[in-house]
Design a protein around this ligand. Structure first.
Ligand SMILES: Cc1cc2nc3c(=O)[nH]c(=O)nc-3n(C[C@H](O)[C@H](O)[C@H](O)COP(=O)(O)O)c2cc1C
Length: 194
């Protein structure tokens, strides 16, 4: 690798490290396998914030926007204070979880009803953490994240897949987590949105 390339790599790394990062956990249980993996990511990079969608009331997308009183708006406002948004989801029936999909659908609010907020997503980065019963993820699973990032004008920084064996994170997965965590930038602590 030439010196120039090495130097560029260093600069990119430094820039990444200035980013504020939040993980959005979308599992049907707050203390499940995906949470264990997310906690491990945070243990390797404790400047990452966490928002657990299980603590909030977020309803399905509504064409008439009658659901504006739920928690989506406040989470969206908080999200806009970050540079990197990482979605963490279990694999349920070969797809992202229903809680996370419900949250994703509500991004449509930001494209139609709160356009100024939608525009602010542009240029931010998106990543994804998945958790299933084995080393069995494929590009179909990743595709909604990659395409949604493109549609929203966000940069997709990549993803990592995890699985547990006997309720424990195996060494192989721990290495994957460590590598992924090192890519992520700085933020505050666990976030509570009131
Ligand atoms: C409703 C449901 C559907 C699932 N579908 C799949 C699947 O399609 N592929 C897979 O490998 N594991 C599947 N699993 C297993 C989960 O992905 C796995 O146990 C995951 O780590 C659970 O994370 P959680 O504890 O955060 O829910 C499924 C589990 C549930 C409850």
């Amino acid at each position: 690798m030439s010196f120039l390339k090495k130097q560029r790599k260093f600069i990119e790394y430094k820039m990444d490290k200035n980013n504020k990062t939040v993980i959005i956990l979308g599992s049907s249980r707050s203390d499940g396998n995906t949470r264990k993996v997310v906690d491990r990511v945070i243990s390797y990079n404790n400047e990452i914030d966490l928002i657990d969608l299980g603590n909030y009331d977020i309803s399905y997308f509504d064409y008439e926007y009658k659901n504006q009183g739920d928690d989506f708006q406040k989470i969206a406002k908080k999200l806009l204070t970050y540079d990197q948004i990482i979605f963490a989801t279990p694999v349920y029936w070969f797809s992202m979880s229903a809680p996370l999909k419900t949250f994703f659908d509500r991004f449509s609010d930001l494209l139609h009803l709160h356009k100024e907020m939608g525009r602010k997503l542009r240029g931010k980065t998106m990543g994804m953490i998945s958790s299933s019963s084995g080393n069995n993820i494929n590009d179909y699973f990743r595709s909604p994240f990659i395409e949604s990032a493109k549609y929203l004008g966000m940069n997709y920084i990549g993803d990592m897949h995890s699985w547990l064996i006997d309720d424990k994170i195996p060494d192989e997965v721990d290495q994957i987590i460590k590598k992924f965590a090192s890519k992520l930038g700085k933020a505050e602590k666990i976030v509570t949105i009131n």
